[in-house]
Structure formats: C-alpha cells, structure tokens
Design a protein around this ligand. Structure first.
Ligand code: G4P
Length: 526
C-alpha cells in the first residue's frame, strides 16, 4: 500500500475528561466495536482513582497496567484507529498535556449531570491552544442530567466551543427513549446494555413522519420535533473543514456503559476526523507524506521489572516510514541509533513491528538515550515543537539522606526528570535542588523509585512557593540587574534556563511591576 494510503487510513486521537465522566468505559466500548477485545471489562482501568492517593502500591500496580493501555490500536471500517490513553488523575496532568501533542484529534467526555468540570476545562484549553479538532460525547444519559440545550450553552460559555449537535437525546434518565442521530437521520431506541455489534437503528429520514410516534410515543415525538426545530435554526450544519481546523465542535449524546450512542459517535468519527497532518518543527513544517522518516518521543515509561533498568520511549511517527533495524539520527545526541525490537500495541497485545506509518506510535526500548521531546530523523537536524512544560504548583527541596549514594541520587533524579515525572530546578544562590510537580503524588513516586530503582534515599523539605516562571528579556542590562537583585529567588531548570520562584501571586505581581522589561512566562518548551 502506498504511503499516502497508509496515512489516509490513520486516525490517532485521545479521549479527555474529568475523572469519572466515563473515559475508561467509552474507551472499552470503542475497542469492543473494533473487535480489539471480546468482552466488556477486559480493559483494566489505568486510572488512579482519587481514593488511591494513600495507597502507594496501588499506584505502582496501575503504573504497570498503564504501559499496556498507553496506546490501543484497532481497525474499524477500513481505518486504523490509535487511541492514546491520557491519565485522568490530575496529578498526572502533565503526562496528559504531552500526550495531547501526539494526537491528531480528541474526544471530550462530559457527564450529563455534572456538565463541564475543572479538569475538562484545563484539557480542552490545551487542545484549543493547538487547534486540535474535538468531538464532544455527553455521557450517562441513563441518569437524570442537565437539559441538552443548557449543556450546549455551557460548552459554548465555559469552553468557548462552537457546538454542532449531531445526535440528540429523546428523554433522559428514567424517561430515556432513545437518541436521534442527526448526522445519519436515524433513530436508536434505548435498550440497557445493548450488544456491541448489532445495528438496530431505525432510519427516519423525515421526523415529521408517523413512524416517529410509533417508535417513541406521541409526547416524546412532539418534544423531539420542537427541539429539532430549534437545532435547525440555532445551530450550524456540520462543516467538516471548520471542525478539522478546531473551529466547530460536533456533539454526541449517549451512555457508554449501556453501549448506547457510541456507534453513532464512532461511525461519524471515522468519517470526519483528520488523518495525520503536517507538524511544526523549529525550522519548518513536516508533511506526513515526506519520503524521509521523522518522529518524536512524547512519553517515557519505566520498566516495571526492577531487574531491567530499561524504559520504553513512545515515539509518534510524523512522516515517512519507520523501519525496524534501521539507523536513525537522534538529533539531540547527534548520534545514530538502531532499534531491533520496536513495539506496536494492539489493545492488550504487544508485538514487534517491522514498519510503522505516520500517526502510529511505536514503543522503543531505551537504556537512557531518550528524553521527552527528542526527535528522530533520517539525518535532518530538526526538532518537533509544541511539547509544553508548565509551571509546577508544588515544590520541595530535595535532601540527600545517604551521602554515600550521591551519584545514584543524581542519576536517578536526572532520569526521572527525563521521563517527565517532575521538573528539577537548582537554586542560583546555594545550588540546592528543588523538585516541582503538578500534584503531590509525584513526590511519593520519586522517593519510591529512587530507592527501588537507583538505591538512593531522599527526603523533602517543605518549600512554600506559588509558581516558577521562566524569565525572558530582550534588554541584557535589565536582565543582569534583575539577576543581581533577585538572586535569592532564582533557579535554573534542567536546560539551564533562568526561572523565577514566586512566593505568592501578590509577590509575583510586585516583582513584575518593579521589572517591566522582564517577561515572566508560565510555560516553556521541553
Ligand atoms: P473515567 O475513566 O472517566 O474516570 O470514568 P469511568 O469510565 O471509570 O466511569 C466512572 C464511573 O461512571 C464508573 O462507575 C462507570 O461504570 C460509570 N459510568 C460510565 N458510563 C456510564 C453511563 O453511561 N451511565 C452510568 N450510569 N454510569 C456510567 P464506578 O461505580 O465509579 O466504577 P465501576 O465500579 O462501575 O467500575
């Protein structure tokens, strides 16, 4: 098959949601449709539930599971679908942000009763920054929830989406009768725990026909007609190009656990979602159909087996064909590397791949060569851009508990930071090391892994900081003066970039006012 045909077949996306909205359940139902798993319940949830924060071994177990579910590939209606898993737990939000850089589109799951929640908002904003096309799935229709129009309003107001409903609920909770598939003009009646493969939707081209009454009864038919009238007048028709530019957001309704409304979503998704598109690098845009291979690492996962220190680096292929046992150029290290066992992921199974195409993700066994954001090419010196480092929100000083193991501690910290577990800063005035994370869980993870994987012991000292901001300045003199005056609040990140440690938002504001020529940035590129 030609490269262009392979590219056209690929659909690589991520599902994002606030925890508990139904991301895991929806993923599982999609895999059932794709025949990638046979029974419900086969995909273990990789999420770390909120109550697990105190149960550290649970986290370790989950870490193992999440390697297997990091990428789930299956074929459906002639398309190769790659679902990239994104951790729902907000302490792992950075992992999710990075994974979102490797997708071509996203599905946003929203709980019908809860509407837009804080984590939904954060993740949608990350997608919007990159103009990632998004489809919304409003889940749990079998429960009482918010009115459909109120939900669309919320999507517009809180998330700034321009919505376009493509399916519409007929009732909700106890009164749920079905959904009307606006995209295909079909009616699906609600049957709890529907079978995954049978398609028993009734085609109703014209909702004014009597067929609608016969199927859902007089009252529900009347309501649906009047709601459809509002939809026709208020909401735009589907504009696939606008959706692909990230400017229009199709909305589906359903109940993942009942496998209801999921087929409608998936069938539309394979028709409208974008194949791999061109991607930015530091010097040019890379088109997927370029002959020369290129790709980047967006995630690194430590091996669960303590006897093997190796890790798996997840590589997103952006252009050309990736081939096993071929020398590729590791741009940052300025070195050729060859991969004898690149791994592909088909649902629960891992297998060695000989070739992979744009949109595909391969797992590369790594003994420490990779860090997040690394680019591989056939020789060109480029770096794919867009993987963010956000300002951490929690900070602690690292204390070395076993000075005989300083080397191990440094190595362990270095590698864990390359994996993106947290960010390391070194204070300018006294060289003390500070770990910054998005959530508190990572501190435990680091401590545990340093001890079990590197034989080093660390402790923490509390540090009350509000944010770390990267410093940019055009005026060299102003920068020198700033560095001199604020020495006690400055640190360097792992790349050596200057970072200001702000104690509070008020303190930050004051320093900003005192140094108008200095730019304080809350995000940096890895
Ligand atoms: P997440 O990955 O987004 O965190 O959510 P997950 O799929 O784990 O779903 C969260 C809870 O919501 C689960 O219940 C799940 O069964 C339930 N759920 C998912 N889809 C629907 C739906 O369409 N309707 C209803 N009523 N519930 C739904 P749980 O009790 O937390 O877990 P479990 O014991 O069922 O696994």
């Amino acid at each position: 098959m030609s490269l262009n045909k392979e590219i056209e077949k690929r659909r690589t996306f991520g599902i994002i949601s606030h925890p508990d909205a139904g991301k895991t359940t929806l993923t599982e139902k999609l895999l059932l449709f794709g025949g990638a798993i046979q029974i419900a319940g086969a995909v273990k949830s990789n999420k770390i539930k909120r109550h697990a924060t105190s149960d550290f071994m649970e986290i370790e177990k989950q870490r193992g599971i999440s390697v297997a579910t990091s990428v789930m590939a299956f074929d459906y209606l002639g398309k190769r679908i790659n679902i990239l898993d994104t951790p729902g737990h907000q302490d792992f939000a950075e992992d999710t942000y990075r994974t979102l850089n490797a997708v071509d589109s996203a599905i946003v799951v929203i709980d019908v009763a809860k509407g837009v929640e804080p984590q939904t908002e954060k993740l949608v904003n990350v997608c919007k920054d990159r103009n990632t096309p998004m489809i919304v799935f409003i889940n749990k229709l079998d429960r009482e929830g918010l009115d459909g129009f109120d939900l669309l309003d919320e999507l517009e107001e809180k998330l700034g989406m321009s919505t376009c409903p493509l399916s519409w609920p007929i009732g909700m909770g106890q009164r749920l009768k079905g959904i009307y598939n606006i995209f295909e003009r079909k009616l699906r009646l609600f049957r709890p725990h529907g079978s995954s493969l049978e398609d028993d939707a009734v085609v109703i081209e014209d909702i004014d026909s009597d067929e609608l009454e016969q199927q859902v009864g007089e009252q529900a038919a009347k309501e649906l007609r009047s709601e459809m009238e509002i939809i026709d007048t208020v909401y735009p028709d589907l504009d696939i190009e606008a959706y692909r530019r990230g400017e229009q957001h199709p909305v589906f309704f359903g109940s993942a656990i009942n496998n209801f409304g999921v087929k409608e979503l998936l069938d539309c998704f394979v028709k409208i979602s974008p194949p791999p598109l061109e991607r930015p690098t530091d010097s040019r845009l890379v088109r997927p159909d370029e002959e020369n291979f290129s790709g980047f690492v967006f995630k690194i996962h430590a091996n669960m087996d303590p006897r093997h220190r190796d890790r798996i680096a997840f590589l997103r292929i952006c252009a050309g064909v990736f081939e096993r046992n071929t020398n590729y150029y590791h741009v940052r290290l300025d070195r050729q590397l060859k991969f004898p066992n690149p791994t592909a992921f088909m649902a629960e199974k891992k297998s060695i791949v000989d070739r992979a195409y744009p949109g595909d993700i391969v797992g590369l066994y790594d003994s420490g060569n990779f860090k997040i954001g690394d680019t591989l090419t056939t020789g060109e010196k480029i770096k794919f851009t867009g993987i963010p480092n956000f300002s951490p929100e929690q900070f602690r000083y690292v204390v070395n508990k076993d000075p005989m193991k300083t080397k191990q501690l440094d190595k362990g910290l270095d590698q864990l930071m390359d994996e993106g577990v947290a960010q390391l800063f070194t204070k300018v005035d006294n060289n003390r090391k500070i770990i910054g994370t998005v959530g508190a869980l990572q501190f435990e993870v680091i401590q545990y892994r340093l001890e079990h994987e590197y034989g080093a012991k660390c402790d923490y000292e509390p540090l009350n900081l509000y944010k770390a901001c990267w410093i940019k300045a055009k005026d060299k003199k102003a920068l020198a003066e700033f560095e001199q005056r604020r020495k006690n609040s400055l640190a360097r990140d792992k790349k050596g970039e200057l970072v200001f440690l702000a104690e509070s938002s008020w303190a930050l504001q004051r320093v900003q006012e005192a140094h108008p020529d200095i730019e304080f940035v809350f995000k940096s590129e890895v």
